[in-house]
Design a protein around this ligand. Structure first.
Ligand code: CUA
Length: 192
């Protein structure tokens, strides 16, 4: 009897069905690993990430979320045309960055590009949104794009999207944030 027990210990019996499922699990893990690698590095698919931490109490006065003061704006417009730090032309025609504050119950800015941006955003451009909240939790979704995330006080959420077609794309708040929730919207205009 004791010999049998020792043999059992030495040659641990695994049921063939269990063995089968162990193999399946390993294959699934490998497939997931490959899928994540391909999606992240080859297709450039991203999940919303926390870009940086900010102070919601002072965000409205913090560059680049703060618009220029009226004096600064006057001086800037006298010198040139690109006078809204919240909408940035990184590579003309190709890469743009937009900084938006969500608050009860509006987005600032709510029109992109703004009157003081001094440029249009053409079709085919990649736009990266940097959105944070200065009060409660809001949502930020740009219609007909992959941009859809939460805007949380103290954190900056970011996603990039390429606008292939000209037109006006609305963005809306997707988290219930109080009586003015339905009034929280804005738009980005892509020129032809
Ligand atoms: Cu902000 Cu709903």
């Amino acid at each position: 009897m004791s010999t049998e027990t020792n043999d059992e210990k030495l040659h641990m019996h695994i049921d063939p069905t269990e063995k089968g499922w162990i193999r399946v699990s390993i294959v699934v893990l490998v497939i997931f690993f490959i899928a994540i690698t391909v999606a992240g590095f080859m297709l450039g698919i991203q999940v919303p990430t926390e870009e940086q931490r900010v102070d919601p109490r002072s965000i409205a006065e913090t560059a680049p979320w703060a618009p220029l003061s009226s004096d600064e704006l006057e001086a800037c417009l006298a010198e040139g045309t690109h006078c809204d730090p919240r909408v940035q032309e990184l590579v003309p025609g190709e890469k743009y960055a937009v900084y938006i504050i969500a608050q009860m119950w509006l987005f600032a800015p709510n029109q992109v590009p703004t009157a003081d941006s001094g440029f249009e955003i053409p079709a085919g451009a990649e736009v990266t949104f940097y959105v944070t909240s200065k009060d409660v939790q809001h949502g930020f979704k740009v219609q007909n794009t992959n941009v859809n995330f939460m805007a949380v006080p103290g954190e900056v959420s970011t996603l990039s999207t390429t606008f292939e077609d000209p037109g006006t794309y609305d963005f809306i708040c997707t988290e219930y944030c109080g009586t003015g929730h339905a009034a929280m919207f804005g738009s980005i205009t892509i020129s032809g």
